[in-house]
Design a protein around this ligand. Structure first.
Ligand SMILES: [Zn+2]
Ligand SMILES: [Zn+2]
Length: 149
């Protein structure tokens, strides 16, 4: 695991007055290191390697914390989790590109898109709590592999 990244994470937590417990940290590391988006079940299985006593609530509590702090995102359509590409910002919205073949998830940040979404919900007098923007399809790597076949 990237020590600099963990240090950054710890600095943000101490600045916010929240605690990055070893379990929260481990769950974050697992999500960060998994190439694909991770489900809670997969995370539990991986966590059990270092913490045999880990139970589902352990993972769910860690996930809640990480989501709340903006360190990870939930991929709503597949109920799995990915690490955020710009975790210092507590509340931001991103556009996720999800490859249905290899499971790779890329996070895009587009302020124009978010401004448009905000103005659309405003027009309806709607108080939003969250935007979910997910595009499904086949990533560049997978589609180039297909051509070679
Ligand atoms: Zn993000
Ligand atoms: Zn792919």
């Amino acid at each position: 695991m990237n020590q600099k990244l963990i240090q950054q994470l710890e600095d943000i937590c101490s600045a916010r007055g929240v605690r990055l417990t070893p379990q929260r940290r481990t769950v974050y590391e697992l999500i960060y290191e998994n190439k694909k988006a991770s489900s809670a079940y997969e995370l539990l299985e991986q966590l059990k390697i270092s913490e045999p006593k880990a139970k589902p609530p352990t993972v769910y509590r860690a996930l809640d914390f990480l989501l709340e702090q903006g360190f990870i995102h939930r991929v709503e359509s597949t109920n799995s989790f990915v690490s955020c590409c710009s975790f210092g910002e507590q509340k931001h919205y991103s556009h996720l590109l999800i490859c249905d073949q290899c499971g790779n998830v890329v996070e895009l940040q587009d302020d124009t898109l978010i401004a448009l979404l905000n103005s659309n919900v405003d027009k309806h007098g709607f108080q939003f709590s969250n935007h979910v923007i997910e595009s499904h399809g086949i990533c560049k790597t997978c589609s180039s592999l297909e051509v070679e076949k």
